[in-house]
Ligand binder design. Structure first.
Ligand code: DX5
Ligand code: ZN
Length: 258
């Protein structure tokens, strides 16, 4: 936990019977969708990021989520491309770069060159969403579109066919360690229906306040990509935290109607 993240306790849950490692078969939903856990490095100790990355990999992290904040789109300032490049040098796992910045179009190439695998921009930013998607395709990088908790799904709906990820924020962007907002779950369901109707294999990401309790509901609503900050890096055993989260995801996914 670093000073950018506000601490929040998560209640201990029973140990999962699922012992997962990246080398094992990936977790899939009943519909055959790949389910993935992405620890958010904003909540890790920046002074020992290499250790955090290694521990998360050993615990079964499928990807890493990197929260870029510019102090304009959100009040907080986190880190930029140099840190993304430093993480890139230390892991082969996919890097999911969440751009909470005013002008994603201007910086897409920079974060691509820094090593981001998926670049996720906000539809509420100042850049034209279609232009960002086109730029991502030109660069040959995966592109995701994110929406804040109070932004309707209709804002991203026309883009869905072009996207590799839809990210529904379940807290107001800017800080980790906040409480999950269950009001966003209908949007997750709407996104799931739209992606399924389009036959899209895009990730449906849920970001903010994902714990072993809330991950169940998010997975049941159809999310497939679970960003976990405080619930992963809360000072307790990281591997155990990830195992519990994974078991919750699996429980929720089993409940999802397909
Ligand atoms: C919030 C960020 C999240 C955050 C998640 O603005 O986008 O990715 O790091 O942290 P938790 O899981 O603690 O809410
Ligand atoms: Zn994020």
């Amino acid at each position: 936990m670093n000073s950018l993240a506000s601490p929040k306790e998560t209640a201990p849950r029973p140990r999962s019977r699922y012992i997962y490692s990246y080398e094992m078969a990936p977790l899939v939903s009943q519909g055959g969708r790949r389910l993935r856990l992405a620890p958010s490095l904003l909540s890790a100790d920046f002074g020992a990021l290499g250790d955090a990355i290694r521990a998360a990999e050993a615990g079964g992290a499928d990807a890493f989520h990197l929260d870029v904040m510019d102090g304009h789109f959100v009040p907080n300032i986190s880190f930029g491309p140099a840190l993304v490049a430093a993480v890139r040098a230390r892991t082969k796992r996919p890097l999911d770069v969440h751009l909470m910045i005013e002008e994603p179009l201007r910086y897409l190439e920079t974060f691509h060159k820094a090593g981001g695998d998926t670049l996720v921009f906000h539809v509420e930013s100042r850049s034209d969403p279609m232009a960002v998607v086109r730029e991502g395709h030109r660069l040959g990088v995966a592109v995701g579109a994110a929406i804040r908790p109070d932004t309707p799904f209709s804002t991203v709906e026309p883009l869905v066919d072009q996207l590799d990820q839809v990210l529904v924020m379940s807290v107001h962007p800017g800080f980790s360690g906040q409480k999950f907002l269950p009001d966003v779950l209908p949007k997750v369901r709407a996104a799931r229906e739209r992606l399924d109707a389009a036959g899209s294999a895009a990730d449906l990401s849920i970001d903010g306040g994902v714990t072993d309790e809330t991950a169940v509901d998010a997975a049941a609503a159809g999310a497939t990509f679970f960003v976990c900050g405080n619930s992963a890096f809360n000072g307790k055993d990281l591997g155990e935290n990830l195992r519990r989260l994974r078991a919750s995801v699996e429980r929720g996914a089993a409940r999802a109607v397909r």
